[in-house]
Design a protein around this ligand. Structure first.
Ligand SMILES: [Zn+2]
Ligand SMILES: [Zn+2]
Length: 478
């Protein structure tokens, strides 16, 4: 599936901020007959068209034994830094360079990647980094712009057309007063001139050093981030909205439904969160006993009837509606086993626009780490097993003494709200609801989507007991 190249105008805070460019010259080489001195002015002209005028730093990564002296001279003389690595390790070094740069350059600033490896190599790690610390992101590639990635970019170019930019502006070359640095990554060596750089790359010492390292994996830095850390001040008293999938994470046999809310709140409190908590429980109300639903409702948990055909879609659209009305700081919690297969893509994108605090609970530990960065995760059963403090016991006692329910009731099949539990029950046994449910069941799209999720769910359940797969692996080298 192809899509168009994005090109949004600069937001004021990025308009004059610096722009750092990581350029993979293996994927996006200098075309035959093209003057290397025009690369910098072309990039500068392209970003200027969108309203960016901040200082631009560019680093060209490649096996520079393959790069002509003329190109090296052209790049260096225009202030483009030149970094040598063998081809298989370009992505690794680009990424570690990005990490280092992010550490030294707090936002606002723009990162630009010139690479065809964004979807396959960078997107997962970068999307996670972006959720932690947000930069404006540009992309150029010599292929189609990547679709279905976790990453949100504000501008994209095709490499070849980007290089033509300067012709439309003026026939300048980007001569710079300060020549670009020439670095050999494997030897961690900086060279003074193109001559000494080329000479170094041909030495035996360099060949030996380069042969020593073979790890090509990206630094798994985001995999090591802490979980369940104490609340940051801006989130400590902010509201917490919980969407709970009772199909995946049901109330265990014999467990008192009135304990769900206080258990959840107690666990939040342990991490320093004391904001108001709203909870909506989604499930097939027709199959659930009254005692359980009334127990939830008596503690202010909203009860939403949703059949397997609609449950994830409704949870997701309710959550996105809520996001529209509730800007950060706030915490979003999902209780579900479908984070990666259903919810994470939308949320990961959302998190690169408006950053929320994210909690997650599941009935089993996911077999792979999500692109979505959470600040706390729980096993559903462990969460329910939390012992509840004396104050909360008293509150709970009071709640359960009330005869009227305090929560809200809704039918997510028909999208209808009810004040009283009896009204929902009556609605669910009526003809109008039966017709709506039958319609949804016969609706091809719903069934199709549901089948997909059923399949993913089965695969995930089968893999529950396997070791957590770790595509980034653990690897430490230069
Ligand atoms: Zn070297
Ligand atoms: Zn209904």
């Amino acid at each position: 599936m192809s899509r168009n190249y994005a090109a949004a105008k600069a937001k004021p805070k990025y308009a004059t901020a610096q722009i750092a460019v990581w350029w993979d010259m293996r994927d996006c080489p200098i075309p035959e007959g093209y003057d290397a001195r025009q690369v910098r002015p072309s990039i500068e002209a392209a970003v200027k068209k969108l309203g960016y005028s901040g200082p631009v730093s560019i680093t060209a990564f490649a096996d520079h034994k393959q790069t002509s002296e003329q190109h090296l001279q052209g790049l260096s003389s225009t202030g483009v830094a030149v970094t040598h690595t063998k081809s298989s390790r370009i992505c690794k070094f680009m990424f570690s360079d990005m990490l280092e740069w992010r550490g030294r350059n707090p936002p606002p600033a723009t990162m630009m990647l010139i690479s065809n490896q964004v979807k396959d190599v960078f997107s997962w790690e970068l999307a996670r980094l972006q959720q932690e610390t947000m930069y404006n992101l540009f992309l150029a590639c010599s292929c189609e712009p990547p679709s279905n990635t976790d990453l949100v970019t504000s501008a994209e170019w095709r490499w070849e057309s980007l290089l033509d930019e300067v012709k439309e502006c003026s026939e300048t070359t980007g001569e710079s007063s300060k020549p670009g640095e020439l670095t050999c990554k494997p030897c961690k060596l900086g060279c003074q001139s193109v001559e000494s750089f080329r000479k170094h790359l041909s030495t035996k010492k360099h060949a030996v050093e380069e042969a020593r390292w073979n790890c090509t994996e990206l630094d798994p830095v985001t995999r090591k981030w802490a979980k369940n850390y104490a609340a940051k001040p801006e989130h400590a008293t902010a509201q917490i909205a919980v969407w709970w999938d009772m199909e995946d994470c049901p109330i265990p046999e014999g467990y008192d439904a009135r304990w769900v809310r206080p258990s959840i709140e107690e666990e939040f409190k342990k991490l320093g969160y004391s904001g108001p908590v709203s909870i909506t429980a989604y499930g097939d109300v027709k199959q659930a006993p009254d005692r359980l639903l009334l127990g939830l409702s008596s503690t202010g948990v909203a009860v939403a009837h949703a059949t397997p055909d609609v449950i994830y879609m409704r949870m997701s659209s309710d959550m996105m509606d809520w996001v529209d009305d509730n800007p950060p700081p706030a915490t979003i919690m999902l209780i579900t086993d479908q984070m990666d297969s259903f919810f994470s893509r939308d949320l990961v994108h959302e998190q690169q626009e408006d950053k929320y605090n994210i909690f997650l609970a599941y009935s089993y530990r996911p077999f792979k780490m999500s692109a979505l960065v959470t600040s706390a995760e729980w096993l559903w059963e462990t969460l329910l097993a939390v012992s509840v403090s004396e104050t909360r016991r008293r509150v709970l006692q009071k709640c359960s003494e009330r005869s009227e329910s305090t929560g809200m009731f809704s039918c997510k099949v028909c999208i209808d709200d009810f004040k009283r539990f009896d009204d929902l029950r009556m609605h669910l046994s009526g003809d109008a609801h039966a017709r709506e449910e039958a319609y949804i069941i016969s609706n091809f799209q719903y069934n199709e989507r549901n089948r997909e999720h059923g399949l993913i769910k089965r695969v995930e359940k089968e893999q529950t007991f396997e070791e957590e797969s770790s595509p980034g692996g653990s690897c430490s080298s230069s």
